[in-house]
Every structure is written in structure tokens, then in C-alpha cells.
Design a protein around this ligand. Structure first.
Ligand code: APR
Length: 309
């Protein structure tokens, strides 16, 4: 049977995510937005491109959550992207309201779905969606580490003049500047980059990765990144629907793993038809463990600021 994916938010991230899922043939899609005509118009345009790809998947656009009923996976991208000068707190308050309403509507019509959160601030919004949905922790997962590691992988590949496919990157923690990048576990053909690149270069690439989101906001001026974020979300949809058991860095609710409890941060997880099927616990050095605990604290501060009852 054809799977069904709903993408909430027909803006930059949502529309390109829908396009990527559709072109991969993973599922039929329902694209939802509050703006009348926007999801309908974009969906129709994408549908009309399908004959060119020889792909028989369907997409509809709607403003009505009834159309999302019985989705297997729901990708939430609705919200406001960070604008230059906007604080994380301001973004938090605006997107918190949107994500709460959207999650309630999603759960009403698709009580068995898996939610993939994309809206920022990512870890806090993933926490909020889990709390609001009351879903078990395996069925709410955030798109974070695939984006951060893809950025670092692309920088390393360019630096070493190797294929991006040959680079594996390891990033844990908050999806933001408090992320924990582990160069000793970031490898090319099994060799850590600390052995392949001078320390100054490693430091420069690490810093660039931490600020990669802001770099794009600074260039675009009127929005934030969407090609790479949508690619990350589409990869997660594929891993779930194809039951790939793929290990990917994603934002997950931790309940004692890594010594961290009741918060959401990026860790390697096994993604399959049940969503998060396993959280992989890497062996960390005491310094790395401390950095991860600090990173989790940055998420906790946002969760506390949401004042959830
Ligand atoms: N229900 C449905 N859609 C909504 C709602 C809502 N309550 N509120 C806002 N939207 C829609 C907007 O109408 C808009 O079309 O969400 C869409 C967001 O699209 P963009 O403004 O283009 O933002 P985008 O770049 O897609 O980023 C969305 O993803 O990566 C994150 O930080 C980013 O939080 C941001 C989110």
C-alpha cells in the first residue's frame, strides 16, 4: 500500500521537502498551510511535474487537517524562520504557539503517525511536540544532526578534495551553536580528520559548522536555509518508510541515555518503521561528556522558558 506523508508548512522547507519525498517516490503527500491557495498552488505545480519524472505518486495541497487523516509520517515545518536580529527567545514564543496548535491537529487525525520536527528552535520544538502529542518517545524525532553533519561533511570534502560520500561526521547535542562536534570521530575512510588536516583547519571547519545556519541567514537576508534542511527531513522519511534501520544523527528524547534525562538533543539513532528504534550510545571521553551535558543545558533553558505545565 502506498504510504502517506503530510508536510505541514508549505514555505521554503516544507515545499522543497514535499518535492524531494515525491521525486523519490516514497509516498503520496498532503501539503498543509494556513495561507489559502499556497499549498494548493505548490502541490498542483509539483503534481504537474510528475509525468516528467515518470513518477505516479500524488500530492494535494490543503488548509484542512481532515485531509491529513491516517498519515504514516508527518513532517512539521510550520513556523517563522529566524530573521536577522531576532532573538531565540522571540522565535521560541512565536513558534511554540504554532507548533502546539499544529501538533494537536496532526494528532487528532493521525494518532498513529511518526512526527518529524523541523521547526526551530529544533530541540525545544521536538520536546514540545512530544509533550503535546503524548506520543511515545520513538514516534517524535527532530531533523537536526543530518543537517549539521552534512554541512561539516561538505566542508571537509572540499578541503580534502574527496567525495562527500567518503566523509563521516559526528555531531551531538543541541541544534545550534552549543552543538558538540567530535573531530576525533569525524573520519574519511576510517581516518580521523585530526590526522588528515592541520589543527587550525579542523578548528576553522568546526567553527564554520556551528555558525553555518547564521551564515546562510546573513546571505539570504529574508529567510533561512531550506535546501539542506529539507534534504535531511526527506532522508528521515525514507529511512522510516523503507524501514531501513539507518543510523542517523537526530534529535531524540533522552531518558537517561548519555546520563541525560527529560530533554531532547541530537544523538545517533536507528530509524526504521517504528521511528526511533534505538538510541546509540557512543563512548565519550570525560571532556566530551561534560560538553554534551552543557549542550543539553542550553536546550533545558529553552524548555524552561516555554513554561510547560
Ligand atoms: N499552520 C500551518 N502552517 C503555518 C502555520 C500554522 N499554524 N503558521 C505558519 N505556517 C506556515 C507559513 O504560512 C509558511 O508558509 O509555515 C510556513 C513557513 O515557511 P517559511 O516562512 O518559508 O519558513 P521556512 O524557511 O520553510 O522555515 C520553516 O523550518 O528550518 C526551520 O527555522 C526554520 O522554523 C523554521 C521552519
Amino acid at each position: 500500500m502506498t504510504s502517506k506523508v503530510s508536510v505541514i508548512g508549505a514555505g521554503n522547507v516544507g515545499a522543497v521537502c514535499a518535492q524531494r519525498i515525491l521525486e523519490k517516490g516514497y509516498a503520496d503527500i498532503v501539503l498543509v498551510d494556513i495561507i489559502e491557495g499556497l499549498p494548493q498552488g505548490k502541490a498542483l505545480d509539483m503534481l504537474e511535474s510528475m509525468p516528467v519524472f515518470g513518477c505516479d505518486r500524488r500530492i494535494i495541497g490543503t488548509n484542512d487537517y481532515k485531509d491529513t487523516a491516517n498519515s504514516d509520517v508527518v513532517v512539521i515545518t510550520s513556523g517563522v524562520p529566524r530573521k536577522p536580529g531576532m532573538t531565540r527567545e522571540e522565535l521560541l514564543q512565536i513558534n511554540m504557539k504554532i507548533v502546539t496548535e499544529v501538533t494537536q491537529s496532526v494528532v487528532k487525525y493521525s494518532p498513529n503517525c511518526i512526527i518529524i520536527m523541523v521547526t526551530n528552535p529544533l530541540d525545544a520544538m521536538t520536546y514540545l511536540a512530544r509533550r503535546t502529542s503524548q506520543f511515545p518517545k520513538n514516534r517524535v524525532v527532530g531533523m537536526s544532526g543530518i543537517l549539521d553533519t552534512a554541512r561539516l561533511r561538505s566542508f571537509i570534502a572540499a578541503e580534502l578534495n574527496v567525495s562527500v560520500e567518503d566523509v563521516f561526521a559526528c555531531i551531538l547535542g543541541q541544534h545550534g551553536e552549543a552543538m558538540v562536534i567530535l573531530p576525533r570521530l569525524t573520519t574519511v575512510c576510517g581516518m580521523p580528520i585530526t590526522k588528515l588536516l592541520p589543527q587550525e583547519t579542523v578548528d576553522r571547519l568546526v567553527e564554520r559548522t556551528k555558525k553555518a545556519g547564521a551564515e546562510i541567514v546573513g546571505l539570504l537576508k529574508t529567510g533561512s536555509a531550506f535546501y539542506a534542511p529539507s534534504a535531511g527531513a526527506a532522508q528521515m522519511v525514507g529511512a522510516i518508510l523503507l524501514d531501513k534501520k539507518q543510523i542517523l544523527p537526530c534529535a531524540a528524547y533522552l531518558d537517561g541515555e548519555y546520563g541525560i534525562k527529560d530533554t531532547v538533543i541530537t544523538v545517533p539513532v536507528k530509524l526504521g518503521k517504528n521511528g526511533i528504534e534505538q538510541i546509540i550510545e557512543l563512548e565519550l571521553t570525560p571532556d566530551e561528556k561534560a560538553a554534551l551535558a552543557n549542550s543539553a543545558k542550553a536546550v533545558d533553558e529553552l524548555v524552561t522558558a516555554m513554561k510547560l505545565s
